[in-house]
Design a protein around this ligand. Structure first.
Ligand code: GDP
Length: 205
């Protein structure tokens, strides 16, 4: 699954542009700058695939990726699709942008039976912030299974990692839709990627 090239399928700015339901989907969500593009690129072994999202004005789209070799002439479905959700939590984001994000994401979470899990990325240095909390609430409300992925763990002391994992586990323990395992990753040091790939592999068909 991850030894092969992946391709960008399309950017979806509204529900009516979603590709037809097919393979199981997993989505990646996180505050802007959490390291989401870096993680997706590291996971798929391709540098420029997910665009790094340092541009606050960037169109808010759900970006779909699948392993190469599906579609076109072949009618075979890919085993899984990865969806890069627009980042959230820009300090200067106007209210209508936040509302548009919430609407698109909530509609997608509620209206997409093929969406199997959302990986919510949390910066290891910052932990769960108020706007992450809002997103976790949204996921709980949508009854959409989600798993926490800590990013940039190379930026904290190695001895701090188990403590952070335990604290994060405790923080989500009572949340209804939270999946119990916490993944700890660094795209820079390529750590935790095997575990993340294994989690994705379990959800693939
Ligand atoms: P996005 O906005 O969530 O897509 O975040 P990016 O992937 O663009 O990363 C934001 C910043 O964090 C960039 O400067 C990256 O180089 C940096 N970054 C991303 N992943 C890591 C990591 O694993 N370790 C370290 N130290 N920095 C990272």
């Amino acid at each position: 699954l991850f030894g092969q090239p992946w391709v960008f399928v399309r950017g979806v700015p509204a529900m009516k542009f979603l590709p037809p339901e097919g393979p199981p989907e997993v989505a990646f969500a996180g505050r802007s700058n959490v390291g989401k593009s870096s993680l997706i690129n590291a996971l798929l072994g391709q540098k420029g695939l997910a665009r790094t999202s340092n541009t606050p004005g960037r169109t808010q789209e759900l970006n779909f990726f699948v392993p190469d070799g599906f579609g076109g002439e072949t009618t075979e479905l890919p085993p899984i699709a990865i969806v890069d959700m627009p980042g959230y939590g820009y300090a200067q984001a106007p209210k209508e942008k936040v509302d548009a994000w919430t609407e698109l994401v909530f509609d997608y979470l509620r209206g997409r039976p093929t969406l199997k899990r959302v990986f919510v990325l949390i910066d290891a240095r910052h932990g769960i912030k108020a706007n992450d909390e809002e997103v976790l609430k949204l996921l709980d409300k949508a009854a959409m299974s989600y798993q926490i992925v800590l990013t940039k763990i190379d930026k904290i002391k190695p001895t701090g990692v188990p403590k952070l994992i335990a604290a994060t586990e405790e923080a989500i323990r009572k949340r209804p839709a939270a999946y119990p395992g916490i993944l700890a990753t660094s795209s820079e040091k390529r750590s935790g990627l095997d575990e993340l790939q294994a989690a994705l592999g379990m959800l693939a068909e």
